[in-house]
Design a protein around this ligand. Sequence first.
Ligand SMILES: Cc1cc2nc3c(=O)[nH]c(=O)nc-3n(C[C@H](O)[C@H](O)[C@H](O)COP(=O)(O)O)c2cc1C
Length: 361
Amino acid sequence: MSRPPAPLWLRLFHRLDPETAHRLSLRLAHLLPPRRWRAPAELRVRLGPFVLEHPLGLAAGFDKDAVAVGPLARLGFSFIEVGTVTPRPQPGHPPPRLFRLLEDEAVINRMGFPSQGADVVARRLARWRARGVRVPVGGNIGINRDSTDPIADFREVYRKIAPHVDYICVNVSSPNTPGLRALQRPDQLARILEALQEEGVCHGCPRPLVVKLAPDLDRAELVAVVETAVAAGATGLVVGNTTVQRPPGLRSPWQHEAGGLSGRPLAPLARARLEEAAEAARGRLQLIACGGIADADEAWARIRLGASALQLYTALVYRGPAVVRRIVDGLAQRLAAAGLGRIEDAVGQALAPTQPSSTSS
Ligand SMILES: Cc1cc2nc3c(=O)[nH]c(=O)nc-3n(C[C@H](O)[C@H](O)[C@H](O)COP(=O)(O)O)c2cc1C
């Protein structure tokens, strides 16, 4: 599907420094009127204990400090993931740390988890709850850059955030915090997940745990993460985060900046990891596809490869908030064209026939 022309306001946005544009978009989101559309009932999908209106949610990183949860839900996302939240406040890397690869419809970021910290974010989440945000909200949690004890960091941020969210996403895959991705190793990941399960029980706030993976894992590493997640009682995986690879064919002069690449060029890699994860999980985990989803064709392909739900971030930068409805409408059309009554029937349809789909049904 070709890219629709960007509206004038979006092209003006692209003239601003990327971080300024991002801060402005979080403010402007508060001024948007509530949407007037509803997704058709066939798009309803179960994700853990929730029934989502449709599969498309907002990925972590857009609203790191939970400043615009209500307005972002009003844009039409069926679930919102805030964060990454770190236990203590930290500024992240010094700017410049965010780059638009306009020619490639991509972004490179090395934000390094700027976070107002778990106390501030928890208070804000509690206020959004009190105001009645109607979609499930996930808390994406990470560790401080100067952490000497990652498990203690994860425990602390879980304790503060979990009471105010519907699920927790364990981020062990951002490329911009030294040592973080090593926590995807089975021994480390198992200890983190067990610690968080324990926090949930001890503090009366057990929450579904999902693990966010790097798309740079090889097949053996990915299979090991799947088995570890299943054994530790996680309910799902987000597949996945930004990549440190630079796929061939990038055109932007910013392509050599250090950091994680997101957006369209990430799609083939994210799709391949999703398929591998679905085959390894064999229905034991629910999969949330993320990475380079910008139109209904890609969204539909991910569902057929085993994703129960989808997330996007970079498509908002290039296509604006209208992308949400465009994808939702497009999914409904593809579902009808496939002669299926429910989107859940399409989950995993493109996997090899011996593989059961990864729906929870
Ligand atoms: C500027 C920026 C900041 C991000 N920050 C986070 C973050 O704090 N935590 C996280 O788990 N993912 C973060 N991500 C990754 C996204 O959640 C997503 O996994 C990735 O961008 C791929 O999806 P996309 O191609 O739709 O953007 C960030 C992405 C971008 C572009």
